[in-house]
Design a protein around this ligand. Structure first.
Ligand SMILES: NC(=O)c1ccc[n+]([C@@H]2O[C@H](COP(=O)([O-])OP(=O)(O)OC[C@H]3O[C@@H](n4cnc5c(N)ncnc54)[C@H](O)[C@@H]3O)[C@@H](O)[C@H]2O)c1
Ligand SMILES: N[C@H](CO)Cc1c[nH]c[nH+]1
Ligand SMILES: [Zn+2]
Length: 431
């Protein structure tokens, strides 16, 4: 147990530091080499990485159309309807976000509009190194589909001699994905950013992934002209704020649900009650013993801390400083505390709102900023698949009215040609 009140500043900073950030320099060098190889050797580089990193036997790049169409027959009816239910809820929540153009006459004869256009070609990365994630297909695919993107490329790694997971293919089919690519990591991101013989080049790359994926997105968005990315969405994180009324079994389950994602996941509990922390420690031990991914969760717990805070208000201050991907509030009267939430990708309110609900099926998006980027980035939403642009239409009289602002400003800036573009029109008597 970490006691916030008696810790030094340095100990507090350490307690909130993220494991993935510590390995940044090594990851950058590896990713730069991968991008360079894909730029030079295209598909051949991708096939090589599939063998090297995913132990792929007879690697290939493209999944066929008929595999997509037939994927549902490989699913149990239970899993198929689970995917359908999640798809429907995610679609409902994201349909709410459809952008609407707006216009206003700012002064007589001067009309300004804000319009939206879907990004034409999008690349969706679905992590698959440690677990296949059909839910991540839905989170990104529903948005791409609702936006009307023309090209929707989905890349995911496949391990060893296994087949690509049919649940991933079925979710991709539901979302209207146009190209499914069997490659992972930085290579897959580079392929979608640069294009290869088999992989269409896209305008924007989305999706979570490990440190290699996240680094590749960041590096390529700085070097490929016009390429955009959604956000740095790396190793999963959850921060739980709990009061003395919380259930330690629920807290332990929530912490373990994210610890099991990867060894570099981080889970933090901020609790105002010492007994609750001790009970949660015991619950974690009990629950861990029957988890199939206990080893991964145990490793992640080494980067994680159960913290005793003075009071709930202090917990919110610490959480704002950390900026978690997910924030779970297991406190009485939790809604009352929502105004204290400052930086969090997605907030789960009350004892019966586990993160798993948002991870899979409630309707909210699970692609969220990590590494503290919830301080500045939004959670993935439909707007990320659009660009907004403006349109203006001005009548001659409108321009005359506006000239009293344009001409003095152009003069003040010493830009005569700007002023002339107005004057020639106002002096024109040919219409
Ligand atoms: N933030 C979010 O919204 C969100 C959502 C889902 C999952 N996640 C996170 O995504 C991550 C998924 O990671 P993952 O590893 O399971 O899958 P992944 O698909 O992101 O990464 C697997 C790929 O990493 C590459 N790789 C592996 N070892 C490498 C090495 N030594 N050098 C270079 N490249 C290497 C390989 O190409 C491999 O195919 C987890 O950390 C999980 O927590 C985040
Ligand atoms: N918790 C992950 C985001 O950090 C999303 C996910 C996918 N499947 C299960 N969980
Ligand atoms: Zn999860």
């Amino acid at each position: 147990m970490f006691v916030w009140q008696s810790a030094t500043n340095e100990q507090r900073i350490n307690c909130l530091s993220r494991p993935a950030v510590k390995m940044g320099v090594k990851v950058k060098a590896a990713v730069e080499a991968i991008i360079d190889n894909v730029a030079r050797n295209g598909d051949d580089a991708l096939l090589g990485y599939a063998e090297q990193f995913d132990a792929r036997v007879n690697p290939r790049i493209r999944v066929t159309r008929s595999e997509l169409v037939e994927s549902e027959f490989a699913l149990t009816s239970e899993l198929k309807s689970a995917i359908d239910q999640a798809y429907s809820n995610i679609k409902k929540f994201h349909q709410l976000q459809l952008p609407q153009s707006k216009q206003i006459e700012t002064q007589p004869g001067v009309i300004c509009e804000l319009r939206y256009q879907a990004i034409e070609a999008v690349g969706l990365y679905v992590p698959g190194g440690s677990a296949p994630l059909p839910s991540s297909v839905l989170m990104q695919g529903v948005c791409a589909q609702l936006s009307g993107a023309k090209t929707i490329v989905l890349a995911t790694p496949v391990k060893g001699d296994s087949q690509i997971n049919p649940a991933i293919l079925y979710a991709a089919k539901l979302c209207g994905v146009t190209d499914v690519i069997e490659c992972g990591g930085a290579g897959a991101i580079a392929a979608m950013a640069l294009g290869t013989s088999s992989v269409p080049k896209v305008n924007k790359i989305f999706g979570p992934g490990n440190s290699f994926v996240t680094m590749a997105k960041q590096l390529l968005s700085q070097s490929v002209p016009g390429l955009a990315i959604d956000m740095p969405a790396g190793p999963s994180e959850v921060l739980v704020i709990a009061d003395s009324g919380a259930n330690p079994e629920f807290i332990a389950a929530d912490l373990l649900s994210q610890a099991e994602h990867g060894e570099d996941s981080q889970v933090i509990l901020l609790a105002s009650d010492r007994e609750l922390i001790l009970d949660t420690e015991a619950a974690i031990e009990r629950q861990l013993s029957v988890l199939s991914r206990a080893d991964i969760a145990k490793a992640a717990l080494k980067n994680s801390t159960l913290v005793l805070v003075e009071n709930i208000a202090q917990a919110f201050e610490i959480s704002a400083q950390y900026g978690p991907e997910h924030l779970i509030l297991q406190i009485r009267d939790a809604e009352r505390y929502l105004p204290l939430v400052k930086n969090a990708g997605s907030v789960f309110v009350g004892d019966y709102t586990p993160e798993s609900a948002g991870d899979y099926a409630s309707g909210t998006n699970h692609v969220l900023p990590t590494y503290g980027y919830s301080k500045t980035y939004s959670s993935l939403n439909l707007m990320d698949f659009y660009k907004a642009y403006t349109v203006q239409t001005i009548t001659k009289e409108g321009l005359r009215g506006l000239s009293t602002a344009i001409l003095p400003l152009a003069q003040a800036e010493g830009l005569d040609a700007h002023a002339n573009a107005v004057k020639v029109r106002l002096e024109n008597n040919n219409d």
